[in-house]
Design a protein around this ligand. Structure first.
Ligand SMILES: Cc1ncc(COP(=O)(O)O)c(C=O)c1O
Length: 346
């Protein structure tokens, strides 16, 4: 990858080892459960998270949607963060496809729901109300600087869920970035949630796919929802072969992405007209803005980065820049980005 693409970790290409594994993968018809490589990936994900079963799905969105459909019936409700991916960026899928209502609640500065608010909004048994069924969390929290939510939050969610007969789903699109930042094993968080959707194609570099883990019963239901959503992929072992390397190898190197993100955040803090708090760089995401006296606006800077330096950076819907580090961004590329911005802003 010659250009510097910081728009997201989803832009990361598969590694040469992944391409090799994909080319030689044993395959079968996964809708019949016959693909040995998919089966291996699913078993590995289940084993790593301490869950009974796993299900390979096409994307992070599909992972969340099949989990929601597995947990909730028609007219049942999921409590979600107002800034969560599930609530904002999945095209209203839970309502459209599974007749699930979503109750969005405020989150704090790192993406946690307030436990008292959750308890307050769990519905009483009343025919006027939807039936509360699920609490969703997101870790790392994309809407909150990619912050890593600590274990005690999950302990608290588990208790509320158990006290009220609810389940907990974790949108763990970047859960390994979070566990790397927290210095813990994924099992430590997984034990407190009923299902996790883990993206293989973000910081973990696979070309496509996510894996959902949970109990055998939840995965059985999720498999039915996957078929309904058109996610039965036949010889999907070609993709799963890359996903296996995502889990075994790529999860082990996310500290590098985190160091590079920190290097970028600290370098940005030294530049004129950049508004950033480098302390708010928690995992592999860097968010920053411009000071009021900046000579150029966001769009002008983004265009100049692209046209003059071959550097791509994401916007945050008019609220600043987002730069995400990944396997194909090394220290040298971080430094080149800083020097390009310095040239543009001087
Ligand atoms: C937190 C979170 N969850 C889910 C998704 C959905 O993943 P996909 O784009 O693979 O559908 C994303 C995508 O960026 C995400 O950031």
């Amino acid at each position: 990858m010659k250009k510097i693409d910081l728009r997201s970790d989803t832009v990361s290409w598969p590694t040469p080892q992944m391409r090799e594994a994909m080319a030689t993968a044993e395959v079968g018809d996964d809708v019949y459960g016959d693909d040995p490589t998919v089966n291996k990936l699913q078993a590995l994900a289940a084993e790593m998270t301490g869950k009974e079963a796993g299900l390979f799905v096409t994307s992070g969105t599909q992972g969340n949607q099949v989990a929601l459909a597995a947990h909730c019936g028609r007219g049942e409700e999921a409590i979600v963060g107002f800034d969560s991916h599930i609530f904002n960026y999945e095209a209203g899928g839970a309502g459209v496809m599974s007749s699930i209502t979503m109750l969005p609640l405020q989150t704090d500065s790192i993406g946690r729901l307030d436990p008292d608010q959750i308890k307050k909004f769990i519905r009483p048994d009343d025919p006027h109300r939807p039936v509360s069924r699920l609490i969703c969390a997101e870790n790392s929290s994309g809407g909150n600087y990619g912050a890593a939510l600590p274990i005690d939050y999950f302990v608290e969610l588990r208790k509320i869920a158990d006290d009220n007969g609810l389940s907990v789903h974790l949108d763990g699109a970047r859960v390994f970035n979070a566990t790397t930042a927290l210095g813990i094993d994924i099992k430590e968080i997984a034990q407190y949630v009923d299902s996790i959707s883990i993206c293989l194609s973000k910081g973990l570099c696979a070309p496509a796919g996510s894996v959902v883990v949970g109990s055998k019963e939840i995965i059985y239901k999720a498999n039915r929802a996957r078929k309904m959503l058109g996610g039965g992929m036949r010889q999907a072992g070609i993709l799963a072969a890359a996903g296996i390397l995502s889990l075994t190898d790529m999860t082990q190197r996310l500290d590098v992405d985190q160091k590079n993100a920190k290097r970028l955040a600290e370098g940005l803090a030294q530049l004129p007209y950049i508004d950033i708090d480098p302390e708010k760089c928690y995992t592999n995401m860097v968010f920053f803005g411009l000071t009021e006296d900046a000579p150029l606006n966001e769009t002008e800077i983004t265009h100049r980065l692209k046209n003059e330096f071959d550097i791509l950076m994401g916007g945050t819907y008019g609220a600043g820049f987002r730069a995400v580090t990944h396997y194909w961004i090394d220290e040298e590329k971080v430094d080149r980005t800083l020097s390009a911005l310095k040239t543009i802003l001087n």
